[in-house]
Design a protein around this ligand. Structure first.
Ligand code: NDP
Length: 262
């Protein structure tokens, strides 16, 4: 299936590892030129160079913190330098661990800036570029936790829920400019971060981190396995394409059967 993504320009945040990196590879494999953002410049630049060479696309690395105004401005400027973006994937984010009773205001604010304000600021800066190019696609990587919470991470649940609603609201505002906005809610996706956590949690009890991850999958997902970043990236790539032309303002679950409602 030709997805018609060759020569498009895609911006991906959190693109140096895990899901964002898999989306970058997926889009590059379709011939999309990339602007890749993450805080750590070294790892990002290495991945951008590797992807550019492997797929014959241009891949620009922007070391930027998306939770800041300056960071989002740098990303918007890099996209403008390439002629403007056609695709924006708001992917950067991270889990949390706290109780509502103990977490300070500063932590709530930090997650709000990372999960919500980054998407708001990037949409404000990049949607006008898309409009000038005749349209575009904005995708938000929220989480199944946006509607089915994990109790140890209330700040994550709440901020991802807000991101999902932002996506819905933005979609109506931007569709007159032919910009399609959608949200993806993933379940358990096996990224290096999960492996690191599993190794830490099992270090003092024999180090069976793979067994720990299997127990997490058994507990949460009907499929009893984690998804790969590539399985999730495939959905992002499809939604980025014209083949998804009637997908507007929705949230798509990619969760291996983890969602407990219809
Ligand atoms: P990883 O921790 O593996 O990667 C996160 C990426 O985001 C890295 O490139 C990191 O680079 C970047 N990043 C983090 N904070 C910032 C910031 N402030 N500014 C710019 N870049 C940043 O995460 P995953 O791939 O696992 O997750 C990606 C997204 O998917 C997240 O939003 C997460 O909530 C969501 N998700 C993940 C699931 C999973 O099971 N893995 C399930 C559901 C949703 P650097 O540290 O250098 O900035």
């Amino acid at each position: 299936m030709d997805l018609g993504l060759k020569g498009k320009i895609g911006v991906i945040t959190g693109a140096s590892v895990g899901i964002g990196l898999a989306i970058a590879e997926g889009l590059a494999a379709e011939g999309t030129n990339l602007v890749l953002a993450a805080r750590g410049g070294e790892r990002l630049e290495a991945e951008a160079a590797r992807i550019g060479e492997k797929y014959g696309v241009s891949a620009t690395a922007v070391a930027a913190d998306v939770a800041t105004v300056a960071g989002t401005e740098a990303i918007i400027a890099a996209a403008a330098e390439k002629g403007g973006a056609d695709i924006l994937i708001n992917n950067a984010g991270t889990g949390s661990n706290e109780t509502v009773m103990e977490a300070p205001d500063e932590k709530w604010q930090a997650y709000w800036d990372l999960h919500v304000m980054a998407a708001v600021r990037l949409a404000r800066g990049i949607a006008p570029q898309m409009k000038r190019r005749g349209g575009g696609v904005i995708l938000h990587n929220a989480s199944i936790c946006a509607i089915q919470p994990l109790w140890y991470e209330p700040i994550y649940n709440v901020s991802k829920s807000a991101l999902m609603m932002f996506s819905k609201t933005l979609s109506t505002e931007l569709i007159p400019d032919n910009i399609r906005v959608n949200c993806v809610n993933a379940g358990l996706i096996l990224t290096p971060d999960w492996i690191k956590t599993a190794k830490q949690l099992t270090a003092e009890n024999g180090g069976n981190w793979e067994g720990y991850l299997q127990s997490v999958a058994n507990e949460h997902a009907a499929s009893k396995r984690f998804g790969t970043p590539e399985e999730l990236a495939n959905v992002f790539v499809f939604l980025s394409s014209e083949r998804a032309s009637y997908c507007i303002g929705s949230t798509y679950f990619v969760d291996g059967g983890m969602l407990k409602t219809i």
